[in-house]
Write a protein that binds this ligand. Structure first.
Ligand SMILES: Nc1ncnc2c1ncn2[C@@H]1O[C@H](COP(=O)(O)OP(=O)(O)OP(=O)(O)O)[C@@H](O)[C@H]1O
Length: 334
């Protein structure tokens, strides 16, 4: 088994949500909202080995992007630490977060928003590697041409602007930009969610090819269980800021353990004319401003007992390489 490359150690992230001007004025009249704390990520620990792809799955708002940004050094955690090759990925400088490594790169969901519309894509791809002395300015043009070729784009496209590309091509450019930094770890945040299904398959296949060619390690964030199954070696299921289940992909899909994971699988519509064999998860995701006590999933869990309301279950081993955070696995729910 290869060595740990990334060590996420008891990481939490809280955002301070301040009231808007209107809410502050309403506050003066006794009806406003106070400053509140959003608990986006709560006490997450995860180790990722070199060459591994770990999928991060969960419903909207469960903290996937926030965790991804912490791993990429864009946000500093409120508590805990993220070590990449035994060194921190970021540190806080007053109110700013300073990223300390170029070896972790992130690919964002919306390739149009993440590319500067006024820059030729060749300059966009070259900017990071030249700034960080990964390539000399005089060699940048050939370097960019090589990177575009790797992601299946014609190298002559480097003189074009982002608006001249389709969504799938823009996502390839975003991947080329990240790869140009010669990263050891990629964090891909919903990289295909904004693309048509047929284009999604092309970008996923590109990722799989690059993974093999470059021996990439990656965190692949998605709400789509089908996509994650295709690309990941292991999967972490998140619910309201916590990892509730972690397992090798094949085992998770064959036999999910946590009631939330099971509910998530059952909520996925399956292909089949006139079939109605999916069940949406009952109830709403609670707000991370006021997460429920105990197990965060208990208000929606068909198996919850009194203990689930009072005590948060720890993410504990349930078999080799598998962990789940449910009282049903030990001690019961009473
Ligand atoms: N900068 C921020 N300030 C305040 N709250 C934030 C900030 N970023 C995220 N949040 C809140 O933190 C929670 C987790 O958000 P996050 O984007 O990490 O979830 P997600 O699982 O990636 O969801 P989605 O798939 O919709 O992006 C949400 O309630 C979100 O509103």
């Amino acid at each position: 088994m290869s060595a740990a490359l990334l060590d996420i150690d008891h990481v939490s992230k809280r955002f301070v949500k301040r009231p808007s001007l209107g809410e502050r004025i309403a506050g003066l009249l006794g009806a406003g909202r106070k400053t509140e704390i959003v608990r986006a990520v709560s006490d997450v620990s995860l180790t990722v080995r070199k060459g591994e792809v770990v999928g991060l799955v969960g419903e909207s708002g469960c903290g996937k992007s926030t965790l991804g940004r912490i791993i990429a050094g864009i946000y500093a955690p409120s508590d805990g630490k993220v070590l990449f090759g035994n060194a921190p990925v970021a540190k806080e400088q007053g109110r700013r977060t300073e990223k300390l490594t170029t070896q972790v790169q992130m690919v964002h969901q919306d390739p149009f928003a993440s590319l500067n519309p006024r820059m030729r894509i060749g300059d966009t791809v070259a900017e990071g590697p030249v700034t960080h002395n990964i390539v000399k300015a005089r060699d940048a043009d050939a370097y960019v041409a090589d990177m575009l070729g790797r992601v299946g784009l014609d190298p002559s496209y480097r003189r074009r602007f982002p608006h001249q590309f389709s969504g799938g091509q823009r996502q390839r450019i975003a991947i080329a930009r990240a790869l140009a930094m010669k990263p050891d770890l990629l964090v891909l945040d919903e990289p295909v969610a904004s693309l048509d299904v047929s284009i999604q398959a092309q970008v996923l296949n590109l990722f799989m090819d690059l993974r093999q060619d470059l021996d990439l390690t990656a965190i692949f964030i998605s709400h789509d269980l089908g996509v994650v199954r295709h690309v990941s070696d292991r999967v972490a299921i998140m619910y309201l800021g916590r990892i509730v289940e972690l397992a090798p992909t094949a085992e998770l899909y064959a036999a999910p353990n946590h009631p939330y994971t099971k509910a998530l699988f059952e909520s996925v519509p399956r292909v089949g004319v006139g079939r109605k064999d999916f069940r949406p998860i009952a109830g709403e995701i609670p707000s991370p401003l006021h997460p429920p006590n105990g197990c965060h999933f208990h208000p929606r869990c068909p198996l919850a007992g009194p203990r689930c309301k009072r005590e948060a279950p720890a993410l504990s081993a349930i078999g080799p390489g598998r962990a789940s955070a449910c009282h049903l696995n030990g001690g019961g729910t009473d």
